[in-house]
Design a protein around this ligand. Structure first.
Ligand SMILES: Nc1ncnc2c1ncn2[C@@H]1O[C@H](COP(=O)(O)OP(=O)(O)OP(=O)(O)O)[C@@H](O)[C@H]1O
Ligand SMILES: [Mg+2]
Length: 242
């Protein structure tokens, strides 16, 4: 299993934000995590990426414990996190942002800037996001919100992660842009053989592209299953797909 979260507890101060969460993402699969505001979704991915410390439970990546590993090393293991609010480097160009994504691999000598591997990854990223290619020399801060979200995802891909954590990529985007992002996320799962944990408040969108889903409410997984089965569940339909 690529990612396993076992009976995870996380506190903010004394208040528990996650109360015994168990979840898994298998290699190359797309898993959705949905739930209302404040359910603990961001806390979960922040804990997986080492930004927040667990109080109890385990996180395993490739079968190895990572819940005590600091954030900068988590990235090196192959876990990329696109946080809420599409953070890009606003004063750098689109291309420079994408190059930053590959920075670790470039610096470690695993990749050269003139390397065909770098070119291939860049070409594939531009294939998913043709708008980024057209705007490669544009300042990232001048992109639209949807374009910045695409850039944030593209930059994460340039690190060639094995696990991609996407925290609400569709938030604040117009319906057409949501559809576009959804299609690209589905295509990325197929083309990059990367496991994706997709956090969404737009459950309808997430269920359409994910194979498996978890519903998180007040720090606990209340429902889980294959998305086609969950889409038939009366309560899920009423609360999340209504
Ligand atoms: N840094 C923090 N300090 C104190 N409490 C926090 C902190 N971050 C989150 N919380 C609390 O933890 C709970 C879970 O928050 P979290 O951000 O994980 O929810 P979420 O599911 O991502 O919500 P949203 O959909 O609104 O992004 C909330 O009650 C929130 O107020
Ligand atoms: Mg959140």
């Amino acid at each position: 299993m690529l990612l396993e979260v076992k009976d995870l507890w996380v506190h903010h101060g004394r208040a528990p934000a996650l109360k015994g969460v168990t979840l898994a993402v298998s290699e190359g699969s797309l898993v959705a995590l949905v739930g209302p505001n404040g359910a603990g979704k961001s806390t979960l991915v922040r804990t997986i990426s080492g930004l927040k410390r667990a109080s109890a439970g385990e996180i395993l990546f490739d079968g190895k414990r990572i819940d005590r590993v600091p954030a900068h090393k988590i990235v090196g293991l192959g876990i990329a996190h696109v946080p809420e609010g599409r953070r890009v480097f606003p004063d750098m160009t689109v291309f420079e942002n994408l190059r930053m994504g590959a920075y670790r691999r470039l610096r470690s000598g695993k990749l050269m800037l003139r390397d065909s591997a770098f070119d291939d990854d860049l070409a594939l990223t531009y294939e998913h996001f043709p708008r980024l290619k057209e705007r490669s020399r544009q300042r990232a801060g001048s992109l639209s919100g949807g374009e910045q979200q695409m850039l944030a995802i593209g930059r994460a891909l340039m690190a060639r992660p094995r696990l991609l954590l996407l925290d609400e990529p569709s938030i604040g985007l117009a319906p057409r842009m949501v559809q576009e992002i959804a299609q690209v996320i589905a295509a990325i799962t197929r083309r990059w053989r990367v496991g994706i944990l997709l956090i969404e408040q737009n459950a309808r969108m997430a269920f359409r592209i994910a194979q498996h889903a978890y519903v998180l409410e007040t720090g606990q997984v209340v429902i889980t299953g294959a998305t086609d089965a969950l889409a038939q569940n009366e309560e899920v339909k009423r609360v999340y797909l209504g």
